[in-house]
Design a protein around this ligand. Structure first.
Ligand SMILES: Cc1cc2nc3c(=O)[nH]c(=O)nc-3n(C[C@H](O)[C@H](O)[C@H](O)COP(=O)(O)OP(=O)(O)OC[C@H]3O[C@@H](n4cnc5c(N)ncnc54)[C@H](O)[C@@H]3O)c2cc1C
Length: 180
C-alpha cells in the first residue's frame, strides 16, 4: 500500500487481482472526474495483435505449457481447454525459446509477463524461479507434471503427478461436462 501525492495530471493504474476487493461500506470519499472533451490524445504507435486469444495479462484464468508439452503442436490441447473455460494460453520461456510457433507474447515470467489470475494451470513446467516470478501471486495454482519432485509442486495449491497426455483429456472432458 502506498500514499501517492500528485501535483499534476496523471494516470494511475493498479495491476488486476493484486488486492482483494474491499468490503462495501467504506467511508472514503470517491470523486469521479468527467474528462469528456478534455483529453489530449495522440496515436504514438500501432502494434499488431500477437494472437486472437485473450492475452495472459488480461485473463482471469491461464493455462500455460512448458517444454514438457514436447511440441508446439501439442498446445492445441491447452487451447481446447482454454476455449472451454474462457482462459488464456501462456508458456514458459523454454517453450518460447525452443519453438518458433510459440510467440514471446505468451511468455510468463521474469523476462515475460507478470500475471495475477485467479487460476493458473501449469502444464509440463518445472517451476524455475524465473517462471515463478511471473505467476506465483496467482490466487490458485494447479500443476500437472510427470515428475513428483518438480519444484512447481512446492508452489501449487493442487498438484497432479501425471503426464499431460494422461491428465489433459480427463480435465477437458470434466470441464466440458461442467460448462455444458
Ligand atoms: C535471466 C533469465 C530469465 C528467464 N526468464 C524466464 C521467464 O520469463 N519465464 C520462464 O518460464 N523462464 C525463464 N527463464 C528460464 C528458466 O530458468 C527455465 O529454464 C524455464 O522456465 C524452464 O521452462 P520449462 O519448465 O518449460 O522447461 P523444463 O525446465 O525443461 O521443464 C519441463 C518440465 O516438464 C515436465 N514434463 C516432461 N514431459 C512431460 C509430460 N509428458 N507431461 C507432464 N510433464 C512433463 C518435466 O518433468 C519438467 O518438469 C529465465 C532464465 C534466465 C537465466
Amino acid at each position: 500500500m502506498q500514499t501517492v501525492a500528485l501535483s499534476g495530471p496523471a494516470v494511475v493504474s493498479v495491476r488486476a487481482n493484486v488486492f482483494d476487493a474491499a468490503d462495501a461500506g467504506g467511508s472514503n470519499e470517491v470523486s469521479v472526474v468527467d474528462t469528456t472533451g478534455n483529453m489530449a490524445t495522440a496515436v504514438q504507435e500501432f502494434m499488431a495483435r500477437a494472437s486472437k486469444r485473450l492475452d495472459v495479462a488480461e485473463a482471469n484464468v491461464i493455462i500455460s505449457g512448458g517444454r514438457g508439452m514436447g511440441s508446439p503442436d501439442n498446445f492445441v490441447h491447452l487451447e481446447a481447454i482454454a476455449d472451454t473455460i474462457g482462459a488464456a494460453v501462456g508458456a514458459s520461456r523454454a517453450a518460447v525459446d525452443t519453438w518458433e510457433a510459440i510467440p514471446h507474447s505468451m511468455q510468463v515470467g521474469q523476462t515475460g509477463k507478470t500475471v495475477n489470475p485467479n487460476l493458473y494451470i501449469a502444464v509440463g513446467i518445472s517451476g524455475a524461479i524465473q517462471h515463478l516470478a511471473g505467476m506465483r501471486s496467482s490466487k490458485y495454482i494447479v500443476a500437472i507434471n510427470k515428475d513428483a519432485d518438480a519444484p512447481i509442486f512446492q508452489h501449487a495449491d493442487y498438484g497432479i503427478v501425471a503426464t499431460w497426455e494422461e491428465a489433459l483429456p480427463v480435465l477437458q472432458s470434466t470441464l466440458s461436462g461442467m460448462m455444458a
